[in-house]
Design a protein around this ligand. Sequence first.
Ligand code: ASP
Length: 368
Amino acid sequence: MKKIIPFVLVLCLCFSCKNESTSKTIAEVENPIESTIEKPEFAIIIHGGAGTILKKNMTPEKEAAYKAKLEEAIRVGYEILKNGGSSLDAVEKTINVMEDSPLFNAGKGAVFTNAETNELDASIMDGKTLNAGASAGTTNIRNPINLARAVMEKSKHVMLSGKGAETFAEEQGLTTVDPSYFHTDRRLESLKRVKDREAKALINSAAKSGKVDTESAYLDFYDADIKNAKFGTVGCAALDKNGNLAAGTSTGGMTNKRYGRVGDAPIIGSGTYANNATCAVSSTGWGEYFIRAQVAHDISALMDYKGLSLKEAAKIVLGKVADLGGDGGIVAMDKNGNMVAEFNTAGMYRATMNDKGELTIGIYENKD
Ligand code: ASP
C-alpha cells in the first residue's frame, strides 16, 4: 500500500486541455500549498528554459507548439518510469526530445556564439550513486546529454570538454553531425540582433565618454541585454519506482558567448544535482550567477543540513541568485515525489507528470 505523506502540492488553477492529443487536464504550475496526498510511485518534471517569456509576445500557434513539445517530451519519460525504467533513462530520453526540437536552446535549437558557431554543454547526475557526467563546448555531438551520460558511465571522469569530449563521444559510438546541423535561422537572427545592439551601445558609449572603451561598453551592454534574455536550456528531474532520483540539463549556452565561455548547465552542483537523500534539480538562467550561487547543490544542502522542504530551499537559493543580480529558475523533485518549479523571471516553460498520468504545463508566471 502506498504511504500517505505530507506533500507540497504544486498544481493549482486547472484549465481545460486544448491539446487534442490527450483528454487529461493541463494545469499551470503555480505557487504550492501544503497538503497531504499519496506519495507517488514515480514522477517527472521538465523545463524548457526561463526568461522574459510574456504572453503579449506570444502567438497562439507558438504557445501551442511549445506546449505540444513539452507534452511530447514528458510523456516519453513518463512511459519509461511507468514501465519500471530508471530515472536516468527517463531524464536522458526526455531531454533528447527537447534537444531534437528547434524550439529550445539545446541540441538542434542551440544559440550561436559570437563567432557564429554552436557550442553545446550538458550534464546528468544519478541520485543513487552520486555519479555524474558532463560535457562542455562540443560542436558535433547531436545529443549532448547522451555524451554526459557516457562520460558518467564509460569514463573515469566527470567532465570532458571541446575536442577531447568529441573524440570520446566518437569512440563511444555516439551520433555525430556536421556542425551546420545546429544552425537555425531563428537563432542566427537573434545573434545578429544582439550584435547590432552591441555595436550601437559601443557607439553611444564612445559618444558619451569621448573615447572608445570597447571592454567597458561591452560589459555594460552585456548586463543590460541579458536582463531581457530568454534562457531556452532544457532540463529534467525524475523519480523512479525504485526510489532513485536523477537530473539532467542540456544547453547551447548564451547567445553571443565568446572565449569558450561555459555556463552552469554542465557544472555539477550548479546546473544539475541529484541525491536520493534529498532531491534532483535542473537549472536554467544566467549561468554565471547559477555557478556562483551553486544553485542545484545549495538546494540539496539546505534540505540536508537544515531540514528544509524542497520549496523552501528553492525559494531561498533563487533569492540568493536575485540578490547577486542574476535571474532564472529551476525544476526539482524531492525523494518523496514533490515537484517544484521556481523562477524569478517572467516565465519558464515547464511541465510535470505524476504516476496517475496527470499532466501540468506552465509557461507564464501564473495562470495566464
Ligand atoms: N544557463 C544557461 C547558461 O548560462 C543558459 C540557459 O539557461 O538558457 O549557459
